[in-house]
Each structure stands twice: as C-alpha cells, then as structure tokens.
Write a protein that binds this ligand. Structure first.
Ligand code: HCA
Length: 422
C-alpha cells in the first residue's frame, strides 16, 4: 500500500471532514442528536470510502479519550477497507501546532498531520496571543522535527482564517514552512471570501509555492462556499475540504455531493459511468444515499439547500405538476437520478391543479372513471379545504374524503388485476 507522500493524487482530491468539522455543526444540537456513536462514525467512514473519498480528516486524540478510542477504531476500519477494496485510504489528524497534540496523534499509525494555527489579526490578538514571529518560532521547529522523524507522513499547514490575513503576513509564515510541508491550507474560516478573492489568492500562492499543493476549506457564512470552491478548483486548487450535507461549524462548509454534482454538470467529459463511477472514481449514484445516511443519523431530512435531494424533484404548483406529469424535463433541469434521487414527488395542496388531482385520484387512490369534469369539481373543493390543513390531516386523506362524498367509486381488486394483466 502506498503511503500518502508518494500517492499520485487524482486531478481533484476531496479531503472529507465530516468526522471532524462535521461534528462541530450546531445541527447536531438543533436536532437533539448531539453526537454520533462509534458505530455511526464507522458507518460514515465506510460510506465515504466506498463513495470514492481517499482522504478523511478526524479529530486529534487530545480532544478527548473517546476521540482517541474512535481514532483507533477508524484506523482498524481503514486497514480492513484497504485490504478489501485494494485502494488507498488516508486518515488525516487535525492538530494544533502544539507538541502535545502532535505527540498524541503520532502514537497512532495515521497518514497525515493537518497542522493549523490562527494567523489572522483577530486570531493573533484574541485566540493564541502570539505575533507572527512567535508563531514561526513555535511552528517551524515542530513541523521540521515531524518531517525529519516521519518521512512517510504527508504534512499540511493551514493558517486559520487565511482570508482575513494580509498577503504579506501569510507569506511571512508560509515562506518559512514551505520546504517542510506537502500542502498549504488557506481556510476561509469565517466565510468572508468571494470568488474574486479566492481566484486571486489561489493564483498568488501557486506562483509563490509551486511545489506545495493547495487545500481549500470554505465556510458558508455568506452562502458562497460552493461557488468559492468551484472557483478555487478552476484556479488550480487540487485538494478540497468537504463534508456530507456541508455540516461544519455555524452554517457549514462545501457539501461533498453538491460539489461533485456541480463538477459533473460543468465537466461532462469526466462524468461517464465507467464501472459505475465518474469524476475519477466517485460512485456518483450513491450521492443521495450518502446524504440520507447522514440526515437519518441526525434525525433530520436532507436539507432543501442540498442539490442532491428529493426536494429538487418535488413539485407543488398546478402548472408545474401538470407539466411534470407530461414530461419532467419541463421543471427538472438535471438528471438527479444519476445521483441516486430515483423518486419524484408531486405534492397535493392549496396550489394543486386538476391534472395532479386526477392523477392522484386514479393512480394513487385507485378511483375509477374520474372524468375531467369530476376532477375539476373535486379540485375546487380540495383547494378550498387544503388552505386550512395546517398539518391536522394528510392532504391525501382530505382528497379521499372529498372524493368519497362526491360519489366516486374505487376500482375493485378483480378489475385491478385484470387491468394489470393487460
Ligand atoms: C477549526 C477551524 C477550521 C480549520 C480548517 C483547517 C477553519 O474548526 O479548527 O484546518 O484548514 O475553518 O479554519 O475548520
């Protein structure tokens, strides 16, 4: 098995941080789940690997005894999956530039140390209180020593809050560390970056550090995480941090499946399904089930903001449902079924039109001989009553009641079977 430092990266490598930054998401609290157990963590780990992710970031064992135990279990899972899938899988431990963190992490057979150190004026003044010079005095000997004693480790340094840091300050630190690391992270910790600032930064750093790969971590505070990520990739960044559903501190980071979905749309040449995979080895068809796995663990639904969701194949207004019944392409611009969203929902509600009502009456509720005129009549009654539903009753039950009162008859079982045979 190749080690992370000699692995030949694909044109884009995902570093998934669901099991680190994803666990810092406030949504765990909001949905009263609070934290996954080890079994769930291992299920996430395995699902990510089977999906095609090769780099998985986890907490440092100094975070808690439990994280140490979970790290050991994830390493065992990594080794098992390496054997079974004959593929590279790398575990990246997120460590402060602190000898204690590093010493604890390196007791485990991990593949990468992801060093981070707050570099913005805010971090320097209110977080660790160190000036740039002092930061270098801490980080440089530590990283150098790790490099020398662990030549197989793949090392990364991130100046936390890089986008609120002046270029010259970033250079002061990065210039010193460049000979000792494989990747530089430039995290947009508070989500202030824009596509313009991202493109500029990536090009600048690429030019200054041609031998060091760049890694991006874009927070979504402005709702720009995805476009910033796509811009970074276009500008030449080759390692991107993602998480399932974009879970991370505050409003999160770039969603793994949203990113791959967008790359698929922008790069059809990378999309073909050879052996069930596209975009250089990702099992794109499993995107939706990955999102559902995560959402169900958190006791929530796949959020509407997530492109690879059932919401994106759900239609409500009469004009829309009518058209979708004839041809879904009118209101579905993409083939989300290629990403595993194999179902579609047509909603019943105050905005329903006679076509979807007729469809429900005949196809879902099994009524026979529903003329257009009857459907129109029932639609009027249904729409009026549906505005007052407020979750007291399911819309299909309301429709059922109105249909029965209107004298509609259900197809009987025998007739159904005959029709099925035709
Ligand atoms: C954190 C902050 C971080 C680190 C990113 C990185 C960020 O939670 O510690 O290590 O590159 O957004 O800056 O997630």
């Amino acid at each position: 098995m190749v080690t992370a430092n000699v692995y030949k990266p694909r044109s884009l490598e995902i570093i998934d941080t669901t099991l680190r930054d994803g666990l810092q998401s406030p949504l765990w609290n909001d949905f009263e789940k609070f934290y996954p157990n080890l079994e769930e963590k291992l299920a996430i780990f395995e699902a990510l690997v089977r999906y095609g992710v090769r780099f998985i970031e986890v907490f440092s064992p100094v975070v808690s005894q439990r994280e140490g135990e979970d790290l050991a279990a994830m390493i065992a899972k990594r080794d098992e999956l390496r054997q079974e899938l004959k593929t590279e899988i790398f575990i990246l431990v997120h460590v402060r530039c602190h000898p204690k963190d590093v010493e604890a992490a390196l007791k485990y057979p991990v593949d990468t140390a992801n060093f981070y150190f707050g570099i913005s004026p805010e971090a320097r003044e209110f977080n660790h209180g160190k000036a740039l010079k002092e930061m270098i005095a801490v980080a440089l000997p530590l990283i150098k020593a790790v490099r020398q004693s662990n030549p197989n480790l793949f090392l990364r340094f991130s100046g936390e809050d890089a986008f609120r840091t002046k270029e010259k300050d970033l250079f002061k630190v990065y210039d010193q560390l460049a000979p000792w690391v494989d990747r530089f992270g430039i995290p947009d910790t508070v989500g202030i970056a824009t596509p313009e600032t991202v493109a500029k930064r990536v090009k600048l750093l690429q030019k200054r550090y041609p031998k060091v790969a760049l890694e991006g971590h874009f927070h979504n505070d402005r709702g720009l995480a995805l476009i910033n990520t796509l811009t970074a990739i276009k500008s030449g960044m080759t390692y991107i941090n993602t998480s399932i559903l974009g879970l991370a501190e505050r409003s999160g980071i770039t969603s793994l499946t949203a990113l791959l979905f967008n790359l698929y749309l922008d790069h059809p040449e990378l999309a073909p399904y050879e052996n069930g995979t596209g975009l250089e080895g990702f099992d794109l068809f499993s995107s939706y089930s990955l999102n559902v796995l995560m959402a169900s663990m958190m006791k929530m639904q796949v959020p509407a903001i997530e492109p690879v969701s059932l919401t994106n194949r759900t239609h409500a207004a009469g004009v829309h449902t009518n058209a979708v019944l004839k041809n879904p392409s009118v209101y579905e611009g993409y083939h989300l079924e290629n990403f595993g969203v194999t179902e579609r929902r047509l909603l019943l509600g105050p905005l329903s039109g006679k076509h979807v009502i007729q469809y429900y009456l005949t196809e879902v509720l099994n009524y026979s001989a529903v003329s257009e005129e009857m459907a129109e009549n029932i639609t009027k009654k249904f729409k009026m009553a549906a505005t007052n539903l407020k979750g007291k009753e399911a819309p299909t039950l309301l429709l059922e009641k109105i249909a029965r009162k209107s004298g509609l008859q259900k197809r009987d079982k025998l007739q159904n079977q005959v029709e099925d045979l035709r």
